[in-house]
Design a protein. Structure first.
Length: 208
């Protein structure tokens, strides 16, 4: 069973100092292993091997409200990225279940809407992160464009324009890059990365 435990940590003054934990609460809303936990704005987002993504409101008095229904997937969910927890603050959720990346509109938590589904990798997606790509135009101005970066057990890191993920209509089994693309070569729709950008992406993924 997937169990989330909340602990109260207290620090004892000593040499060296030590920490003690007191169990405050246990959540058992997932049937099996929990693969990712994200928290922000009083919302707890979890992805599980039981094939669901669940969102729990941890704000005061939230227990009096009806909980949001789980977002069901056909296979275990390894990775999630709620854009509401990023600097963008948008009501979208990206999930990685198997080799498929899905995009949901969660502006209404009780009725999440699947707006895109695509074959992003040749093996399980292991992480989804936001990357703000900085480019300098011919006018000398620096522009920031949000991209989505995914990693996978197929040994690749791939990137996707967020604007395309959110605006393009869903298609059946959209294809990603060929399996032969190496980890150090990340390109999509003819856009290649510079060495500096590859280094920045590597640093970003090291934070996982």
């Amino acid at each position: 069973m997937g169990i989330i435990k909340f602990w109260l940590l207290t620090k004892d003054v000593g040499s060296p100092p030590s920490w003690h934990g007191t169990l405050q609460e246990e959540l058992t809303h997932h049937r099996t292993r929990i693969n990712e936990i994200l928290y922000g704005s009083d919302l707890l987002w979890t992805a599980s091997a039981d094939g669901t993504v669940q969102v729990l409101d941890r704000a005061p008095m939230s227990s009096l409200q009806k909980p949001s229904p789980p977002i069901e997937h056909p296979v275990p969910v390894r990775a999630i990225l709620p854009l509401s927890l990023t600097e963008l603050g948008e009501p979208y959720l990206l999930t990685g279940a198997g080799d498929i990346m899905r995009v949901y509109d969660v502006s209404t938590s009780d009725e999440p809407e699947l707006i895109r589904e695509m074959d992003a990798h040749w093996h399980d997606i292991t992480a989804i992160r936001l990357w703000k790509r900085a480019t300098i135009g011919v006018d000398g101005m620096t522009r920031i464009e949000p991209w989505i970066v995914t990693t996978s057990l197929d040994g690749t890191i791939r990137k996707w324009r967020l604007s395309e993920l959110l605006s393009s209509p869903p298609t059946h089994k959209e294809q990603g890059l060929p399996a032969s693309v190496p980890t150090t070569c990340v390109q999509k729709a003819g856009v290649e990365m510079t060495e500096d950008e590859e280094r920045e992406l590597a640093e970003l993924m090291d934070l996982n």
